[in-house]
Ligand binder design. Structure first.
Ligand code: KG4
Ligand code: ZN
Length: 339
């Protein structure tokens, strides 16, 4: 190859931290394919069953990777590196992705890259234009996490505030469960809320100091309210489903936005991004965009396919790690919680 021609960087990325088995191919920082297989078996149990999740990853990982390679029109032998989600997540699920990536790395003699799932959610903002500039803040809201992070470079961040109990996605899912909706209920609450009145049933706002969040009190007051109303009217949920969804969604988003506004003021930073599964929520997307217009913020809302768990975000993070030559050894092991 002539000395002035840079070699392409082709990476296979695997995501298996929870109940989505995903694979993506990235070439020189551009996503060529992004495939995900969501495990429907958990719907039968009203939540993710870790043991079943690991087994389903084991069954899905080879076909998902094959489809990702096929769609990107590349062969395994073309790869320069393989990346996997190292944590946080369900340990059994993470181990499937980690072991699979290790075997590819060893058999092809290519570097192995371990990615932090939460960092990857934020770096999803670098997949497409427009991209935020450092420093920027990110509200990361998923089924397992809720935090406001300040990013100063791709891999340097500071958590400014986080939930002290449930995550925002968990609050959505638990509220949905109380309403008798199937798991994961977050997207269903979003859908029903579209035709409901957000002010129909006012729920008390959590009073938590600093930039931290709390959702467990909100969930309890929602549960007690419904239990009380059902005694008076057996069909209360059925007759008020849209208003109930709109009202609990309004309370969750109001709490999320309140801390974002304080964080933007305190840091003096004027760029805010959303990340994680709950960033797919239409009302949260609207709230941050409207607040951005009113307060002169630059807002970054991810494309829907990069909100919930996906391997494109792992691939994007892996691209930057490859450039830094930040590789793993063969004795690397996943971690369930953030270090
Ligand atoms: O990031 P993610 O796919 O997985 C985790 O890392 O947790 O987030 C999943 C969470 C679930 O709690 C799901 O109910 C929530 O994101 N979610 C939503 C919406 N779409 C997904 N919550 C509210 N509205 C939505 N449209
Ligand atoms: Zn996630």
């Amino acid at each position: 190859m002539p000395a002035n021609l840079q070699k392409d960087i082709l990476i296979l990325a695997i995501e298996s931290s929870c109940d989505d088995t995903a694979a993506a191919i990235i070439k020189n920082g551009k996503i060529l394919s992004n495939k995900v297989s969501t495990q429907s078996i958990h719907q039968l149990y009203g939540g993710v069953v870790p043991e079943l999740a690991s087994r389903a990853h084991q069954q899905n990982i080879v076909p998902v990777v094959e489809i990702a390679l096929m769609e990107a029109q590349i062969e395994l032998n073309d790869l320069d590196a393989v990346a996997f989600t190292k944590g946080p997540g369900l340990i059994g699920s993470l181990m499937v992705g980690c072991s699979f990536a290790k075997s590819i790395s060893q058999s092809l003699s290519i570097p192995l890259i371990g990615i932090n799932h939460m960092q990857a959610h934020v770096l999803a903002h670098f997949i497409d234009e427009p991209r935020p500039e450092f420093p920027f803040l990110c509200l990361t809201v998923s089924g397992g996490h809720t935090q406001i992070v300040k990013l100063t470079s791709y891999f340097e961040s500071e958590v400014l505030g986080k939930t002290i109990d449930d995550a925002a996605g968990e609050a959505f899912d638990k509220a949905a469960k109380i309403l008798g909706l199937p798991y994961p209920g977050g997207p269903l609450i979003d859908t029903y809320a579209k035709n409901g009145n957000p002010l129909a049933f006012p729920f008390p706002q959590p009073q938590i100091p600093n930039l931290d969040y709390s959702f467990s009190g909100l969930k309890t007051s929602f549960l007690y309210f419904i239990q009380k109303q059902i005694i008076l009217d057996q069909n209360f949920i059925k007759n008020n489903l849209e208003d109930l969804c709109a009202s609990i969604q309004f309370a969750i988003i109001k709490h999320l936005m309140k801390k974002v506004i304080i964080a933007m003021k305190e840091t003096g930073i004027n760029q805010i991004s959303l990340a994680g599964g709950v960033s797919a929520n239409s009302s949260l997307r609207k709230a941050i965009e409207e607040e951005g217009i009113n307060r002169n913020w630059k807002t970054f809302v991810p494309a829907f396919e990069y909100c919930t768990d996906n391997a494109a975000m792992i691939a994007m993070a892996a691209h930057y790690k490859f450039i830094e030559r930040d590789f793993e050894n063969m004795d690397t092991a996943p971690y369930a919680r953030n270090y």
